[in-house]
Design a protein around this ligand. Structure first.
Ligand SMILES: *Cc1c(COP(=O)(O)O)cnc(C)c1O
Length: 394
């Protein structure tokens, strides 16, 4: 590789790709890889999905971009689909996850402002969570690593520990003050190591938010859009949040984010309160519509549940076979984390050498994020490679 003129804010693996198809991707040196990264849960329908290719081609010949000061019919359609299938009454489109979570914070604060409770503006988050990389969202995460050198500290965020999400939750209640506007958590912590907030805790969060008359923001940027076998991960708890930022999977590889919200909070977002030049442009909306048409097809999510059950079973068998290597199989559906006893980075490199792409997460975890269209045969191949690497690690 010649000298790179890209800023070195990433530690890149020495591998580049020329094309992909479904669960597979081909390197510039001609090698075929099983891709269980999929752009970090972004390519929800795999590489070069025919319906997405058609949708973007078709739209690209019509109109790419229109300002949000005009009506964008493709966006009206996508917003309608999202509200018909979810808790939400209204949608606001963005371009990325960080923008969506930051906009979610703005919506929560603006809601309390609009009802005259201007001091209710603090957001309670989980320490070392992940909500993106903007100045506000890094301080929302409360992570030392992400905020170091980026001061002054953005005020307005309080933190609870993930371990406080255990059977009894006194610590959470203590942290809610008269100034708390919302609790914002990832339903399943992605970057944090695939840690799931138990159903009981989600129900409890909804309950205390109701009691204290504050808002519940569930960040489903990584775990949403069918990733867990339900459209949203929180559906397993049968609760309704107030605000939900999404991104990653909704664009199927095209940059697209959104904030979903109830009518109550949406009423605060009057003209001029928020905006985005690119957010919701016709190209992005057309791809988003094609993604949802496929995910909302009858039986699609049931299939995700079935195939992921098989995957989890096989992974748990592997864990039994290699108890000194695999500590825990985490996650729901196709948002899977393997917490290891051995060094995760080395393990990932060995998997890559054996043509299986995976990605790290905190807690010495590796993430397996196949496309939602993955089949049994591809899972068998992944298991075979994982087993081979486990044997050679012994
Ligand atoms: C990836 C992610 C984000 C940030 O998304 P970007 O598109 O990278 O800005 C926010 N929240 C969660 C839970 C994520 O996984």
């Amino acid at each position: 590789m010649n000298k790179s003129f890209l800023v070195k804010n990433y530690n890149r693996r020495k591998i580049a790709f020329k094309k992909g198809k479904g669960s597979f991707i081909y390197s510039t040196s001609g090698k075929k890889y099983l891709d269980f990264v999929q752009g970090i849960a972004v390519n929800s329908l795999g590489h070069a999905n025919i319906n997405l290719v058609k949708a973007i081609n078709k739209q690209s010949k019509k109109v790419w971009h229109v300002s949000n000061s005009f009506i964008i019919p493709e966006g009206e359609i996508l917003a309608k689909k999202l509200t018909q299938k979810t808790f939400a009454d209204f949608v606001m489109f963005q371009n990325s996850g960080a923008e969506a979570t930051e906009a979610a914070i703005k919506v929560a604060r603006r809601y309390f402002y609009s009802i005259g409770k201007i001091k209710k503006n603090r957001i309670l988050c989980i320490k070392n969570s992940f909500h993106g990389r903007t100045i506000a969202t890094i301080f929302a995460s409360g992570s030392k690593k992400m905020t170091e050198g980026f001061g002054p500290k953005v005020p307005g965020f309080d933190h609870i520990e993930f371990r406080d999400f255990k059977p009894r939750f006194p610590n959470i209640k203590n942290k809610i003050t008269n100034n708390t506007a919302a609790i914002m958590v990832e339903t399943i912590m992605g970057e944090g190591g695939i840690k799931t907030i138990p159903v009981k805790c989600l129900k409890y969060l909804r309950k205390i938010c109701n009691e204290k008359k504050i808002l519940l923001i569930l960040d489903e940027v990584q775990c949403g859009i069918g990733r867990t076998g339900k459209f949203f991960a929180f559906e397993y708890a049968k609760i309704k949040p107030d605000i939900v930022p999404i991104a990653k999977g909704i664009g199927g590889g095209f940059p697209l984010g959104a904030v979903l919200m109830t009518k109550k909070v949406a009423s605060a977002m009057i003209p001029g309160t928020h905006g985005s030049t690119f957010g919701g442009n016709p190209l992005a909306m057309s791809v988003g519509n094609a993604v949802l048409d496929q995910i909302f097809k009858k039986g699609f999510l049931i299939k995700v549940q079935k195939v992921s059950k098989y995957f989890h079973n096989e992974l748990n068998k592997l864990k039994k076979e290699f108890p000194k290597i695999i500590k825990e199989v985490r996650g729901i559906g196709l948002l899977i984390g393997l917490q290891l006893y051995k060094n995760n980075e080395k393990f990932i490199q060995k998997l890559t050498n054996n043509h299986l792409l995976t990605i790290r997460a905190a807690d010495n975890t590796i993430r397996l994020l196949p496309p939602l269209t993955v089949n049994k045969k591809e899972i068998d191949l992944a298991i075979k490679i994982l087993k081979k690497v486990c044997i050679s690690f012994k």
